[in-house]
Design a protein around this ligand. Structure first.
Ligand code: ADP
Ligand code: GLC
Length: 485
């Protein structure tokens, strides 16, 4: 069977390079779309770890001067993915993260670095590589936002263009004087083009110039069309609402499978939830928490940023402690939040404990051992950790926003009576409501049968890519038919 070719353009892809959920999605969607008749190739920047993984790849194209230095396009397979890698050492081979140096300062040339990504993505879409002509170019987040701009202002083959927003807070807004250096014509600098409040807007360009816009949950798709959630882009999005849809993310249910997870102390499934106790004991020991099997163990696995609402959790800690609960937090990011939680841990040894840093194996052990996972986000386009929690029998306690609203069924009296609750939701997202949610969770935990039902309900949810892959497939097919007609 010949599959329809899709080119996915993303600045991170799991397991090669990851700072957040974008990488998980870019890494998992190609596999999910295979069963729907699509062949997805993913274009990513050649960061050191990515180039290392592509050691045996072929050089498909070479450039003497690509945005200021020599570059190659590598083509090959790594980690089960079909990849194109833009190996441009002057742009991507440096210490630190994909977007910032080790001190957290954004690279000063990010406009050029990610224009280069969009430029090569558009060229591949236009048929630069002999024998390769994707039907759709699918760009993710601002880093890939200029792809649609180059496709629009170049003459030549024009594949379908899809833009997915994973997080509207990151928009890629740069000095308008860069227009020429980015290889964009003066005509592009208009309201209907790349101009954004007097600057060049990468995400804005992608949203304005793509044929379809998606985001990662239905609720977030609605939220970003409002002044409150639109972060300056709601006008544009309302104007293009007929092109916008929300498709929920899934998680990789092979990587996240409590029955076969090699990273956890005691594998288990929904029929054998007592086996979770060993994971809880291991987690308490690993974090230095009191070895109390009955204490309600809350956990957090998160970037530490304003988005995630963890300052509200700091404010709510007295209530958590008063309920006799414990907290294990794994997170990295904002230094103020980090010191806030470090101080709380120091003040309450055995009850509150933190691990600062990025630790994928530890994230698995937390999901397997915690009783409840807290996600008090101010906004959350989709959120993946609450879906992992559902699958691992950790009850999600979440803010009622974005994808959290779409993936967790609140333990309201009605949902409990119907036997359908999977977690606890709260809103508005302020500390008193979080405190209330913590109290409600503690009450539910004290009713073991109810708690067990919530756990098994959660574990029965389909958090895989199965449904969503179908929706992406439909979107691609609709777009392809529209462009052919
Ligand atoms: P976001 O992309 O906004 O950070 P998501 O919930 O979509 O939020 O995705 C976060 C991903 O990163 C999940 O796979 C989660 O397990 C992982 N993660 C976040 N923080 C850490 C951490 N400190 N250590 C390990 N994994 C983490
Ligand atoms: C972003 C969002 C998160 C989403 C992820 C993957 O990082 O913050 O909610 O799950 O992208 O789409």
């Amino acid at each position: 069977m010949t599959r329809i070719e899709i080119l996915s353009v993303a600045s991170e892809v799991y397991p090669l390079i990851k700072t957040g959920g974008l990488a998980d999605v870019a890494g998992a969607l190609p596999g999910a779309l295979k069963g729907q008749g699509f062949a997805v190739r993913t274009l990513v920047p050649g960061y050191p770890a990515v180039v290392r993984a592509m050691r045996r790849a072929e050089t498909a194209l070479s450039f003497d001067d690509f945005f200021g230095g020599p570059a190659r396009l590598l083509a090959g397979r790594a980690a089960g993915l079909d990849l194109f890698v833009l190996d441009a050492p002057h742009l991507f081979v440096r210490p630190g993260g994909p977007y910032a140096d080790a001190g957290g300062r954004e690279w000063g040339d990010n406009a050029v670095r990610f224009a280069a990504l969009g430029r090569i993505g558009a060229s591949l879409g236009q048929g630069l590589l002999e024998g390769y002509a994707p039907a759709v170019v699918h760009a993710h987040d601002w880093q890939a936002g200029l792809t649609a701009a180059y496709l629009t202002y170049d003459r030549g083959r024009r594949p379908g263009a899809v833009m997915t927003v994973h997080n509207l807070a990151f928009q890629g807004q740069f000095d308008p004087r860069l227009l020429h250096a980015l290889g964009l014509p003066a005509a592009a600098f208009t309201h209907d083009g790349v101009e954004y409040y007097g600057d060049i807007g990468f995400l804005k360009a992608g949203l304005r110039l793509s044929d379809r816009i998606t985001t990662v949950s239905p609720t977030y798709a609605a939220e970003i069309c409002t002044a409150d959630g639109g972060m300056g882009l709601d006008g544009l999005l309302r104007g293009r609402a007929d092109r916008l849809s929300g498709i929920l993310n899934g998680i990789d249910v092979k990587v996240w499978n409590p029955a076969s997870d090699p990273l956890i102390a005691a594998p288990f499934d929904a029929g054998d939830l007592d086996a979770r106790a060993a994971n809880k004991a291991e987690l308490q020991a690993a974090f230095g928490l009191d070895p109390d099997p009955d204490a309600l163990l809350f956990a957090v696995i998160s970037r530490l940023s304003w988005q995630k609402g963890l300052d509200l959790l700091l404010a709510a800690l007295p209530v958590l402690l008063a309920e006799g609960a414990q907290l294990a937090l794994l997170g990295a990011g904002d230094p103020d939040l980090q010191s806030g939680f470090a101080a709380a841990a120091a003040a309450h040894p055995g009850r509150i404990a933190c691990a600062f840093g990025y630790d994928e194996p530890l994230a698995h052990r937390i999901q397997a051992g915690a009783d409840a996972l807290l996600v008090p986000s101010r906004f959350e386009p989709c959120g993946l950790t609450q879906m992992c929690a559902l699958r691992y029998g950790a009850v999600p306690v979440v803010a009622r926003v974005g994808g959290l609203n779409d993936t967790v069924v609140d333990a309201s009296p009605m949902a409990l009576a119907a036997g359908g609750a999977t977690g606890v939701q709260f809103g508005p997202v302020v500390a008193p409501m979080l405190e209330n949610a913590i109290r409600r969770t503690a009450d539910l935990y004290r009713a073991p049968r109810t708690w067990r039902t919530m756990q098994t309900n959660g574990m029965a949810c389909d958090v895989s890519w199965r449904q969503s892959a179908k929706l992406y497939a439909e979107l691609y097919r609709g777009l392809i038919a529209e462009r052919a007609g």
